[in-house]
Design a binder for this molecule. Structure first.
Ligand code: ADP
Ligand code: MG
Ligand code: MG
Length: 210
């Protein structure tokens, strides 16, 4: 059976940190168009701290994910710090206090994480936020697993859905977050948070198929 261990999570977090670092300039550029030009810096700071904490062993997937959430909340600041922090905290709270979890448990935990981000930020699909990438990704992950696909295949499809969801934000007018202050002028730009969410899902798919 497909099981996700603490080591698998750590591989995901390290790969996420590498890619966020590599794409920090692009993320900040996206944020300079419709925000305050700090999204790349915010994500890099947060995930650098996350990777430093990985050196501390975690006995359970729940413990690792909750610690990632706490680290993001306390080191990032800004909207994305509290929202990604909430995602990982609630993903952790909904993960088993065991050394590994099944694909179905992973999907359920991630779904709870997305629901918590929505409860906190009140964004719906179409508001031009990270939810536009998160929601189709988690829906695709569940659909694929329910249909009998392997975890690796399901995560690749979910990652593609996150990327498409990110692209879908381009024409939208922002209704949440800083970009909403721009009104119609927020259109014709990708949402930076949707772009970082797509990076996280791609890293998960690639870490899991490695
Ligand atoms: P800040 O806007 O505080 O500078 P960041 O630039 O790091 O924080 O993150 C901005 C991103 O956060 C946006 O691109 C958007 O995806 C996301 N975001 C902002 N507000 C919300 C919200 N209420 N719900 C969901 N996502 C949001
Ligand atoms: Mg910003
Ligand atoms: Mg800011």
């Amino acid at each position: 059976a497909d099981m996700i261990t603490v080591e698998d999570l750590d591989r995901w977090l390290r790969l996420s940190a590498e890619r966020l670092h590599a794409e920090a300039e692009r993320l900040t550029e996206l944020d300079s168009a419709i925000g305050d030009a700090d999204h790349g810096t915010n994500m890099t700071r947060g995930f650098t701290a996350v990777v430093q904490k990985i050196d501390t062993a975690a006995a359970t997937v729940q413990e690792r994910l909750k610690s990632v959430g706490m680290t993001l909340v306390t080191t990032v600041g800004g909207a994305s710090g509290s929202l990604y922090g909430t995602f990982f905290l609630d993903m952790g709270r909904n993960s088993p206090a065991e050394a590994s979890m099944s694909a179905e448990q992973l999907a359920a935990a991630m779904r709870a994480g997305v629901a918590a981000v929505i409860a906190r930020g009140h964004a719906q699909v179409g508001d031009k936020t990270m939810i536009d990438a998160f929601q189709p990704a988690i829906d695709t992950l569940s659909e694929k697993l329910d249909g009998g696909a392997s975890l690796a295949e399901s995560l690749q499809a979910a990652s593609a859905a996150a990327a498409a969801g990110c692209e879908s934000t381009k024409p939208l007018v922002a209704r949440k977050g800083r970009a909403s202050y721009l009104g119609d002028r927020s259109a014709d730009h990708l949402d930076p948070g949707a772009a970082s969410t797509a990076i996280l899902w791609a890293a998960l798919a690639d870490a899991e198929s490695a």
